[in-house]
Design a protein around this ligand. Structure first.
Ligand SMILES: *Cc1c(COP(=O)(O)O)cnc(C)c1O
Length: 370
């Protein structure tokens, strides 16, 4: 079986975990947590890092820190993980959607303007599958309308937009270190910002909104979203190798592309001239004219021992969100199409070129069989 993902944990991971156990520092109070915050924020280019327990919590913490609250609207892509909508909803805010672009599958920034209202408070670009969103127009709208830009960079560690790292462009960004992300702590996340007040609000929300001067006296409702020293130990070991991981991903991504471009009816993200993408996942969209959808392809690949995963289903097609009265009758045609026709192929760092060849041949076989 060629797995869809597999982390590489053969650096200092064991050594640093052993140090946690030997020293007894296993909670969020251990020294690796702040070291990880310092090193990751420096790597991306932000002044402050606030480590949290996962990427979903990071998104909610970032929106809280940005001052999003009841009745505010947050503009986000329809084509993303439900975590983005949840973050807004949990704070009493309303997610407002734009469709995906057909070529990068990122939020179509030309549709943002039409979705603005007097309640709009923030824009949440999501760098889908490691390809940066076209940030200049987003930042221009935000500046003009005094909005906060909260980047969801969970899939884009090390990706760059016009030479700047994703996650350092908006006022605040949210990260995930889930096991399939470019660097991992198993479960984990972080909020990055260069605004000291936002950083302080994020740190407070993560830690039950304790007040430094008056502990156990709370003026806001927070969470325990803390990351442990054990997880931060993994994060530090992974961070040692982040540039190497990105190099591997980019090399394999290029190699996939060489193979896939010979197959008719397949689309993939193509790096824009202003982008450095990191190929978080190797994704394909099947042309509907081929007569098969992502589900058919995934079943065909499974028979050949190849793991794959479907694309996101649009937020506007989620029953749980309809139950809240959201997105009734809304349609986002690109999102709807790629949700049916898109999938990702094995994308692990341990993948060999021979395995990529096998995947490419298998994709071609499944198409031919239909
Ligand atoms: C993985 C991911 C998240 C959520 O991260 P978790 O750590 O799994 O909660 C959020 N946004 C995007 C775009 C992601 O890919």
């Amino acid at each position: 079986m060629i797995p869809v993902n597999q982390p590489l944990l053969n650096g200092r991971e064991k050594e640093l975990l052993a140090q946690c156990i030997e020293s007894g520092w296993i909670s969020s109070d251990g020294p690796f947590v702040s070291e990880f915050e310092r090193r990751f924020s420096a790597y991306i280019g932000a002044n402050h890092g606030v480590a949290v327990c996962n990427g979903t919590a990071a998104l909610e913490t970032a929106l809280f820190a940005a001052g999003v609250s009841k009745g505010d609207e947050v503009i986000m892509p329809a084509f993303t993980i439900i975590s983005c909508a949840l973050a807004a909803i949990r704070l009493g805010a309303i997610p407002v959607l734009v469709d995906a672009e057909p070529d990068t599958w990122n939020m179509n920034v030309s549709q943002i303007e039409a979705r603005l209202s007097s309640k709009t408070k923030a824009i949440m670009p999501v760098h889908i599958y490691g390809h940066p969103v076209d940030m200049d127009p987003v930042m221009a709208i935000a500046k003009k309308r005094n909005l906060i830009v909260v980047e969801d960079a969970a899939e884009a560690h090390g990706a760059e937009y016009k030479g700047r790292k994703c996650g350092s462009i908006g006022q605040i960004s949210a990260w995930s270190f889930y096991a399939n992300k470019i660097i991992t702590t198993g479960e984990g996340g972080m909020v990055l910002t260069s605004d000291p007040e936002m950083a302080a609000r994020a740190a407070s929300y993560r830690n039950l909104c304790f007040r430094p001067e008056k502990r156990f006296y709370h003026t806001k409702l927070g969470y325990n979203f803390r990351l442990t020293n054990l997880q931060a130990a993994l994060g530090l070991a992974q961070l040692d190798r982040v540039d190497e991981f990105i190099q591997i991903k980019r090399r394999l991504g290029e190699y996939y592309r060489q193979g896939l471009r010979k197959i008719k009816g397949i689309k993939y993200q193509v790096e824009k001239p202003w982008a450095k993408m990191v190929y978080w996942m190797y994704c394909i969209e099947l042309d509907s004219a081929l007569g098969l959808n992502a589900q058919n392809m995934m079943e065909g690949l499974k028979e050949k021992g190849i793991g794959s995963r479907p694309f996101f289903l649009g937020l506007h097609e989620q029953p749980a969100l309809h139950d809240l009265g959201l997105f009734k009758g809304e349609h986002y045609p690109v999102t709807e199409r790629i949700a049916q026709q898109g999938l990702y192929l094995p994308s692990g760092m341990a993948l060999t070129e021979k395995q990529v060849d096998e995947v490419v041949v298998s994709v071609s076989d499944v198409i031919r069989r239909i």
